[in-house]
Design a protein around this ligand. Structure first.
Ligand SMILES: C[S@@+](CC[C@H](N)C(=O)[O-])C[C@H]1O[C@@H](n2cnc3c(N)ncnc32)[C@H](O)[C@@H]1O
Length: 268
């Protein structure tokens, strides 16, 4: 098992359905709704199309596209993610072909897919050689005129505070575009995804909601649990209002290249 596989396998075993996303359900749902809006705006008419979900996690996007009539394959480095994805797909009575295999080793024939989607996966391949191989494979299995839809953390420039965590390798918007153009793919569209409430919430959570190693008395524990209730209400309010701002910003052409996360559409 390489380090990335170990990391994602560990998350899948520990957190089940939430493992591939934010471990906080409301944050995850909130972000996913923005991703969905971007995807449904730029990827239409998928019925009968062959789609590969590269790094499918627990299968949410496979289910989304299979439900729209696409012929979907999902691959992921983690066996447990794939087991969860199979279980969830069965619940929806849909058909998806799943395989537990890293992107750098996929063995589909050349030009197999009309559309490849890869949602916050490539940024998590931490070894540069394996990363390059994975990108080459995606370009290889895509049909001529096919598209790759990519969502990654992709700010316009490097941030001073950037320090790669063990499970991530940050890249700027320009770096992502460069990586795919080297493989002969052209950026044909993009949709920024703003999520400005995230920083505020992360701060709030760290400050008020952490209960790790809690050695407080019963009285202060009760107070903290009340504080947690208030904080989760505050979280919902922040998400609601920041969501309105996010929505507004994502529709303004002037902010198109300014988001920290974007959906990119590359064409072969
Ligand atoms: C943040 S999750 C996103 C999952 C899914 N795309 C989604 O949006 O729900 C990242 C996923 O990438 C997978 N992954 C990491 N490295 C991979 C690799 N080299 N090949 C295939 N999958 C990989 C992880 O197992 C994990 O499921």
């Amino acid at each position: 098992m390489n380090k990335d596989e170990e990391y994602w396998e560990g998350r899948a075993r520990k957190y089940d359905r939430l493992a591939a996303n934010y471990l906080d359900k409301s944050l995850f749902r909130h972000e996913e709704s923005f991703q969905r809006r971007a995807i449904s705006r730029l990827i239409k008419n998928v019925e009968g199309k062959r789609i590969l979900d590269a790094g499918c996690g627990t299968g949410d996007w496979c289910i989304y596209f299979a439900d729209k009539g696409a012929v979907v394959s999902g691959v992921d480095i983690s066996k447990t993610m794939i087991e969860i994805a199979k279980r969830e797909t069965k619940k929806h009575k849909l058909k998806v072909d799943y395989e537990a295999v890293p992107l750098e080793k996929i063995a589909f024939p050349d030009k197999s897919f009309d559309i490849i989607i890869s949602i916050t996966t490539l940024q998590h391949i931490t070894n540069p050689k394996r990363f390059r191989k994975a990108v080459k494979n995606l370009a290889r299995v895509l049909k001529k005129n096919g598209i790759i839809a990519l969502i990654e953390f992709s700010p316009p420039k490097r941030l001073k505070s950037w320090k790669d965590p063990r499970y991530m390798r940050y890249k700027t918007r320009g770096e992502w575009i460069g990586i795919f153009s080297k493989e002969g793919l052209k950026l044909v569209d993009e949709q920024p995804i703003f999520f400005i409430g995230f920083r505020v919430l992360t701060y709030l959570k760290k400050s008020f909601l952490s209960s790790k190693n809690d050695e407080s008395t019963a009285e202060t524990k009760l107070m903290k649990s009340k504080l947690r209730d208030i904080a989760s209400l505050v979280q919902r309010i922040i998400l609601f209002f920041s969501g309105l701002v996010d929505l507004l910003l994502s529709g303004m052409p002037v902010f198109k290249k300014k988001a920290y996360t974007s959906l990119f559409i590359f064409k072969k």
